[in-house]
Write a protein that binds this ligand. Structure first.
Ligand code: GYE
Length: 346
């Protein structure tokens, strides 16, 4: 985990300039940053210094935790940008260690501190109305980052993140292509209640049901977006269904990396005997594709630091922002992975 975080921090130096629909480009000059998460999960720390009246953009960010390589890259992107702009940004960061209650505590403490804008990657979709209302009453806009919250539109300013239904649909089309439209598969779901898990499942399952009647989803279970649980759940799928399984769809690459280990330990060949499609596009899945052990990744962009702070500044300045800002993303296949990996920065 530590190595992965350090790698993400180093890579963050290279990863600015992500392009988004509905926004202009922003950019920084790379330089060193530590890029690691830094709080106890219950209270926010001040990473930018400064006092209440220094004119800086005061931002609090309530992160989910450190469950995946993707999330480490997102944290690094946000912390890198804040670290590069300490003269203008006063940044507070909280790591909730996967717990909604910790995120709620962090939001409340940001409200008490009187920040200008709050950023939140909501671990689950529901249960936010009360604390978002507190922020609204305090006049502090909320930017939802990477996952959606199921709240009335007036309780948040904007959502910066991907269309997970579309990702799931693309994953289904890729799986069908790999299986020539027929075969039995299993599904590894993300964190229960997370919008990225809910919608990646809906997009995938609906597309399979609508377009590919000869593909059967044998089982679908949560692996909580982690490599360890992805491996554990895949082991149990393999025990139950063995070589009946012709494909595995995972809601993120980390779970797939765990599943690949389980498949190999079961004496089968991932990428051949069992085709793989997962979401994120982290470097480790490109390495697996280059090794012939994974087939497809549906990219989801975690490099959200620049657009997040640009949006926060606009909100502070009273400008209008779009309600949904979507990163540009691609689909990557094993066939071109050896070339594609050269450009990967997370
Ligand atoms: O795919 C996964 C992470 O919400 C889009 O969360 C995000 C997901 C991402 O832990 O790896």
């Amino acid at each position: 985990m530590k190595t992965r975080r350090i790698v993400a921090a180093i890579l963050s130096v290279l990863m600015m300039g992500a392009c988004f629909t509905g926004c202009g480009s922003t950019e920084d000059t790379p330089a060193g940053t530590d890029g690691t998460a830094s709080t106890d999960g219950t209270s926010a720390t001040n990473e930018g210094g400064g006092d209440a009246d220094d004119g800086k953009l005061k931002v609090g960010f309530a992160q989910i935790g450190q469950e995946s390589g993707w999330r480490d890259a997102e944290t690094a992107s946000i912390q890198f940008h804040a670290g590069q702009n300490v003269d203008t940004i006063d940044f507070k960061f909280a790591d909730a260690q996967q717990k909604q209650e910790n995120q709620i505590k962090a939001i409340k403490s940001f409200i008490d501190m009187g920040v200008d804008v709050i950023g939140l990657a909501p671990v689950v979709e529901t249960g936010w109305d009360a604390v978002f209302t507190e922020a609204k009453d305090a006049g502090i806009p909320i930017i939802l980052v990477d996952r959606m919250a199921d709240v009335p539109e007036d309780l948040y300013a904007t959502f910066i993140g991907s269309d997970f239904i579309e990702e799931g649909k693309n994953a289904a089309d890729e799986m069908a292509r790999l299986l020539n439209n027929s075969g039995k598969i299993v599904e590894l779901e993300g964190t229960v209640g997370a919008s990225s898990a809910n919608d990646r499942k809906k997009g995938f399952d609906d597309q399979i049901a609508a377009e590919y009647p000869d593909i059967e989803i044998l089982a679908s279970q949560t692996g909580d977006f982690t490599r360890a649980k992805g491996k554990e759940v895949m082991e149990s799928f393999l025990k139950t269904y063995g070589s009946e399984i012709k494909g595995v769809y995972a809601h993120n690459d980390d779970m797939m990396l765990g599943a690949i280990e389980a498949i190999k330990e079961a004496g089968l060949k991932p990428g051949e005997d069992i085709k793989t499609v997962s979401c994120d596009g982290v470097k480790a899945i490109f390495e697996a594709m280059v090794a012939g052990e994974a087939n497809v990744t549906i990219e989801c962009n975690p490099l959200l630091g620049p657009i997040f702070f640009e949006t926060a500044q606009k909100l502070k300045d009273g400008e209008t922002v779009e309600k949904w800002v979507k990163p540009e993303e691609s689909i990557f296949r094993q066939e071109t992975a050896a070339e594609d990996i050269k450009d990967r920065v997370y």
